[in-house]
Design a protein around this ligand. Sequence first.
Ligand code: SF4
Length: 62
Amino acid sequence: MRIDIDLAACAGHGQCAATSPDVYHLDDDGFVVDDVTLAEGSDEDAREGASACPENAITVRD
Ligand code: SF4
């Protein structure tokens, strides 16, 4: 699995990290950082967090 984050598209809604806090992380201003945590078995979590983004800033590829 590969996760691409379009940092320029991120508007700081924080929904990705709210939905999947073990995968996505925010900076102090609430914008996602390009440093995801992909542990064993967290694929579905990663997909749900990406789907929660209103800006479609996160793309998950198998
Ligand atoms: S949900 Fe989308 S817009 Fe909001 S912080 Fe995450 S990547 Fe950025």
